[in-house]
Design a protein around this ligand. Structure first.
Ligand SMILES: NC(=O)c1ccc[n+]([C@@H]2O[C@H](COP(=O)([O-])OP(=O)(O)OC[C@H]3O[C@@H](n4cnc5c(N)ncnc54)[C@H](O)[C@@H]3O)[C@@H](O)[C@H]2O)c1
Length: 275
């Protein structure tokens, strides 16, 4: 395996879970764990403090913005081939900010976005329908959190559109199902008080797709030129980061929901810049 280094910035619950998953998978030849006062310059997973999954109050958001700014400023100048993976919440806003501050090409700055939500969705569908999660192609897309969108119109099971292959008995209430998936983190938090293992293994999977040049298709947060901000749509991940975007056809309502939430996110980013 060629030399590959992953630096995890912020080794709290999420950083530690990501490190554990990366070590179990033997993903990188070097793993650098950096908490406050460290100075990595290579491939990076940025996580940081002030947690509470789903917490979006302005004070929390501003603290995370300022922490991400401090972290990336401290890493400058970054190596030209560094890849930034942002995990901290709100992930799309912070990924957009990381892209701007780092001045890396958009293909090298990504956020975990709705990747974990998509894995959860597939797992929940697999349980409900009784097929392997691997046989299901279904994505959660858009701005992660309250306005994320389940792309039901593009979901397939064994290559067959989901609403054509479900028997009447297995029919699901899509809106209810999406809501349950969206609030999975909160359910886990209520039950266990913490949710680091899911995101830790998602980080490991994204890193392995890049380092091992797998060409795997994942929904991750990345720059959308027509909106001027980052949110999740499917991409091919491999050597160098995002290799190309995957065109996905959504229905009118899904499209509108994504457009509305992306527009709101861009407005918020502009406020951050102006304030
Ligand atoms: N994207 C997702 O699906 C997802 C899931 C869970 C958590 N999160 C987010 O991940 C982030 C981290 O969560 P956590 O539970 O690990 O938090 P945590 O509080 O357990 O750990 C944060 C760590 O970051 C370190 N840190 C703070 N400022 C730093 C700096 N300037 N430089 C380096 N290290 C610094 C702290 O010392 C601490 O060790 C939060 O923003 C949380 O909302 C995202």
């Amino acid at each position: 395996m060629p030399t590959s280094r992953i630096a995890i910035v912020g080794v709290g619950q999420v950083g530690a879970a990501a490190a554990y998953a990366l070590i179990l998978g033997s993903i990188a030849s070097e793993l650098l764990l950096v908490d406050k006062n460290g100075k990595p310059k290579d491939a990076v997973v940025a996580t940081q403090a002030y947690t509470a999954v789903g917490q979006t109050d302005p004070e929390y958001v501003h603290r995370n913005i300022s922490t991400v700014r401090t972290i990336i400023d401290g890493m400058m100048p970054l190596k030209s081939n560094a890849i930034l993976l942002v995990v901290s919440s709100p992930v799309d806003l912070l990924t957009s900010l990381a892209l701007q501050i780092s001045q890396l090409p958009p293909s090298q700055v990504l956020g975990s976005g709705t990747y974990l939500d998509s894995i959860r969705l597939r797992g929940m569908l697999a349980d409900r329908i009784g097929v392997a999660a691997k046989s299901i192609d279904a994505f959660v897309l858009g701005v992660q959190g309250e306005s994320q969108v389940t792309a039901w119109s593009a979901a397939t099971i064994g290559g067959v559109p989901i609403n054509e292959c479900l028997s009447k008995a297995a029919l699901i209430n899509c809106a209810e199902f999406s809501r349950e998936c969206q609030h999975r983190s909160q359910s886990i938090m209520r039950a266990k008080g913490t949710t680091p293992f899911g995101i830790g293994s998602a980080v490991s999977s994204i890193c392995s797709s890049i380092i091992l040049d797998k060409g795997a298709i994942h929904p991750v947060s990345h720059f959308q030129p027509s909106f001027g901000c980052c949110f999740s749509l499917p991409v091919v991940l491999g050597k160098g980061g995002i290799q190309r975007k995957v065109q996905i056809s959504l229905d009118f309502d899904e499209d509108v929901q994504i457009t509305d939430s992306a527009t709101a996110l861009k407005r918020m980013i502009d406020q951050v810049h102006n304030g």
